[in-house]
Design a protein around this ligand. Structure first.
Ligand SMILES: O=C(CO)[C@H](O)[C@H](O)COP(=O)(O)O
Length: 213
């Protein structure tokens, strides 16, 4: 996937899909115009839920050879899955600031594999905690809407959680350019139209902010 925080990228969250038919659901999203797929990995420790791990990514990779797989690692000790996710074919590995004592080492290990590195924060964590890492990562992931682009001017900013046509304007105006959306896209009668709408709003906000600079 093309680099750059000046570009809108829409990533359906596949956790909200029919998981018994994952490949078709992923393909349906790509055929509807998605730029990438967002995969939430939860381990029952960092968050009280269980989803899937690198064996699932390994099965998906050959079926979706050119699709950018964005792993949102909501896991404790995120260092332990870096190699496995890379070997399985993940493209980006986003861990949580709150989940490790040593974010810099985690970022370095991710980058050494060749994957892109992202760092995320939970809704109540102040965005300033990311300042020491922002020059080291490709993306920050924010699980709520706040003032974003003034703070992180050079990296991709991804928002996740409750994002859809009703909330996209606020996210776009706050500076997000990577848009994770689960139910709003997956459950839409017309996912193509929903994706296009989200993209248009983000692109307009990017253009407006470039004119104001
Ligand atoms: O982070 C997540 C879950 O914790 C997800 O990406 C979530 O599935 C997004 O779905 P929605 O857009 O419907 O809130």
């Amino acid at each position: 996937m093309e680099n750059g925080c000046g570009k809108a990228k829409i990533g359906p969250s596949i956790l909200n899909s029919d998981l018994s038919d994952l490949t078709s659901e992923c393909q349906r999203m790509m055929d509807s115009g998605a730029d990438y797929l967002h995969l939430d990995v939860m381990d029952g420790q960092f968050v009280p839920n269980l989803t899937f791990g690198h064996p699932v990514v390994k099965c998906l990779r050959p079926k979706l050879p050119n699709v950018f797989l964005d792993m949102h690692m909501m896991v404790a000790k995120p260092e332990q899955w870096i190699e496995g996710m890379h070997d399985a074919g993940a493209d980006q590995y986003t861990f949580h600031f709150e989940a490790t004592d040593d974010p810099k080492t985690c970022i370095r290990k991710i980058k050494e594999t060749g994957m892109k590195a992202g760092i995320g924060i939970k809704p109540n964590t102040p965005v300033e905690v990311l300042d020491p890492f922002v020059d080291l990562v490709d993306m920050v992931l924010i699980m709520t809407v706040r003032y974003l682009r003034e703070h992180f001017s050079t990296v991709d900013i991804e928002v996740d959680g409750g994002v859809g046509p009703a909330t996209i304007q606020e996210c776009a105006e706050a500076g997000a350019n990577m848009i994770v959306s689960g139910n709003a896209i997956m459950k839409s009668d017309n996912p193509r139209e929903t994706i296009q709408y989200l993209r248009n709003v983000v692109e307009e906000a990017i253009q407006k902010s470039q004119l104001e600079r």
